[in-house]
Design a protein around this ligand. Structure first.
Ligand code: GDP
Ligand code: MN
Length: 381
């Protein structure tokens, strides 16, 4: 779960990271009142859960009331990468000399958290990582001990941070690590961490993504979850209790088990298609669950074909087949071609039961995926 900038910033500030003063506003009048009390110049920043708001026109620096009014009027209600801006923060502008980057994430390859520091803040850090990986200093962290002070200092020296601010940046990095660990975050990031013309270090932006599976440990974050701006389909998936991620391709994918679904995604890609989603219906895929899964993929307008990849374990292939038949017979017309591959317990019985008026059955996963990719390509043509 992604927090809004203002939510993450409050958390960072509570932990002791210096942040500019800001107020949340939902109307032009509220923006003007906030700016008045903070004093001009201020930054007006759209609160939507996407990165790169600056480039997309969601952030404006204003010097007086007339500018603030025009900016607030433009930003409130604007569409920012598919999200409608309903809130902004009005924040003291920072007179900065330099923009740094600090972040904590999980390095899956190393199986350890990693703390990162760079002098090249203020820009897309992924682009920096690609163009010049050495521009980002990294320290892996043993979670039993946390980020040691010497590690923070080493990363800062390696990143080439000015000695005058090294101590302050080290403190921010260590605090950020503690917030990251204490929040069960997947990522915590400050980009830019500004160095002001007075030599102060201040967090001008804040990113914090929390592991949803750990939310039960953070009742204080529960209110943020409710207002989570989900995609309509992701909201539905949440309601049905599926693990679902919407992607932007055309081949809908349904499977039972995360690994199986991932494999199917890879194969769709391998055969030249583009996955429309990740959808894991989990174990015990009974008819109602299958119907819900189909409802999900069918209501994604990008989907042109659907591939089912089911491995019968405790859930037997014949049960799943009945579920698919039952679910599909609820539709007057099947809106998109459905291709099914069953394996595991009772797969043969399952294949015999499947109603081939409703679905296409393939024996191997490769054939099923290829068929689905072809079907999607035909629709596109
Ligand atoms: P993002 O584009 O969504 O990552 O939002 P940021 O908060 O990082 O803002 C983008 C950019 O706005 C920063 O990198 C700064 O270069 C620029 N900016 C200029 N003046 C200010 C200021 O006073 N405050 C903030 N927050 N950003 C500023
Ligand atoms: Mn940023």
């Amino acid at each position: 779960m992604k927090l809004h900038e203002y939510q993450a910033k409050r958390r960072f500030a509570e932990a002791g990271i210096p942040t500019p003063s800001f107020e949340l506003a939902e109307t032009v009048a509220e923006v003007l009142a906030a700016a008045e009390s903070l004093g001009y110049p201020v930054a007006i920043k759209a609160q939507v859960k996407v990165g790169g708001r600056g480039k997309a026109g969601g952030i404006e620096l204003v010097d007086d009331e007339a500018e603030a009014e025009a900016a607030a009027d433009r930003i409130l209600g604007m569409d920012l990468k598919g999200y409608t801006v309903e809130q902004v923060i009005v924040e003291e502008a920072v007179d900065f000399a330099q923009e740094l980057y600090v972040g904590i994430t999980m390095d899956r390859g190393a199986g350890q958290p990693v703390a990162m520091v760079s002098e090249e803040g203020g820009v897309d850090i992924e682009a920096v990582a690609e163009r010049d990986p050495d521009a980002i200093a990294r320290e892996h962290v043993d979670p039993a001990f946390g980020l040691h002070p010497y590690q923070a200092r080493r990363a800062i020296v390696e990143a080439g941070i000015d000695a005058a601010v090294a101590r302050d940046v080290a403190r921010v990095l260590q605090t950020l690590y503690d917030v990251w660990a204490g929040t069960d975050a997947t990522d915590a990031e400050i980009n830019p961490l500004m160095v002001t013309t007075d030599g102060e270090v201040i967090a001008a932006d804040a990113v914090c993504n929390v592991d949803e599976d750990a939310l039960f440990r953070h009742p204080e974050l529960a209110e943020f979850e409710e207002e989570e701006a989900r995609d309509e389909l992701e909201r539905k998936a949440h309601e049905y209790g599926f693990d679902y991620v919407r992607l932007d391709g055309t081949v809908g994918i349904i499977g039972n088990g995360a690994g199986l679904v991932m494999t199917t995604l890879d194969l769709v890609d391998h055969y030249g298609g583009e996955p429309a989603n990740f959808l894991d219906v989990g174990g015990g895929a009974k008819a109602d669950r299958i119907a819900n899964a189909l409802d999900m993929v069918f209501s994604d307008e990008n989907v042109d074909s659907v591939v089912f990849n089911i491995f019968g374990g405790i859930t037997r292939g014949d049960e799943v087949a009945r579920g698919i038949n039952e679910a599909l017979s609820q539709f007057d017309e099947i809106p998109k071609p459905v291709i099914v591959r069953l394996a595991g317990t009772n797969w043969q019985e399952g294949m015999e039961i499947l109603n081939t008026d409703l679905v296409t059955v393939e024996e191997t996963l490769e054939d099923a995926v290829q068929r689905a990719v072809e079907a999607a390509a035909e629709v596109a043509a």
